[in-house]
Design a protein around this ligand. Sequence first.
Ligand code: PLP
Length: 382
Amino acid sequence: MVYLDNGATTAPYPEVVETMKEVLQTYYGNPSSLHHLGVQSEKVLKQSRELTAKFLEVSPGEIVFTSGATESNNTAIKGIAFQYQNRGKHIITSAVEHPAVLDVCKQLQDIFGVRLTVLPVDSKGMVRLDDLKQAITDETILVSIMFVNNEVGSIQPIQEIGNYLKSFPKIFFHVDAVQAFGKIPVKPETLGIDLLSLSAHKFHGPKGTGILYVRKGTQLTPLLVGGGQEAKFRPGTENLAGIVGMVKAMRLTQQKLKDQPDALKRMRNRLVEGLQGLEGCYINSPEEGAPHILNLSVPGVKSEVLLHSLEDKGIYVSTKSACSSKLDRPSRVLMEMGLGEERARSALRISLSYENTIDEMDYFITTMKQVVPQLKQMLNVR
Ligand code: PLP
């Protein structure tokens, strides 16, 4: 099997599974309990928070553990909208956000009277700083822009946006960095970010565990109320095994980035070079995009058809983002990039992890060279 769908999810590292098993069996005490077992669990939780903060180069008090990026995004965006509604009700986001951001903003627009500006992107899937500058008003309370696009891998100008927003102390800057962690450096403080979302299962951690970085001094109206855990931002008994597993995965992933900083890029370059000679195959990702995502199209061959032909050869890829891949619609991201409906209906996303190899890239290229001409002939595509 050649698994090239790491943007959808990754296989947990065996060390992560082992650690989680140990935590489930040993540290089952509730971290809020006063007895010895509770104190032990609380200690593990505290250590996990400290390590997470260290990896992101922030303070432990700025880390909130959540159930994943969907929750982190909702907590950040709604939390700011509710908390600072008297300051203004204008939010700025981009047209290529994951639904866990875009649909949250739209929901606030529909039921909470938020005015929403959705910034367009250029042909590389990038927002323009000038568009953002023009969109800001006295009513703006939040800008939410993703770090790395999950379908095509465009890296947004987060540093520039963060720098620019420093002169607007009343505007919060939220970044969905789900596809960035472990692939490019993610340092919220130096990037001028106030809120940042991560999801463990995208970097070989467990599903159902995530992080929300909340810069010190930022207030959020919590989505949930209850026991007061996670500084009241996210009450509920903590998923300790998930959190410890996630921290382990963070450590291992960061180590891979440090030890093999070019590994993903080398594999992606190999794919681009190998596919160059394949007639009718177009690369949709920008050259300077994230090293682990490559989006391509074979116009005339629908994404699903190519996906299943590759699956028959043991290769697993995505059509677009995992959560929208069952909808029979052209990719919204590619349409926003102006690549046209034909390219958007035939798009495939190949997403890599450090566990992939150059040999697997070569197998993918060989298989594409075999399968694509056959499909084109069968479907009468010129
Ligand atoms: N944001 C981005 C950019 C994603 O790629 C995903 C998952 O595909 C999410 C948010 C949602 O993450 P989760 O499913 O862990 O809540």
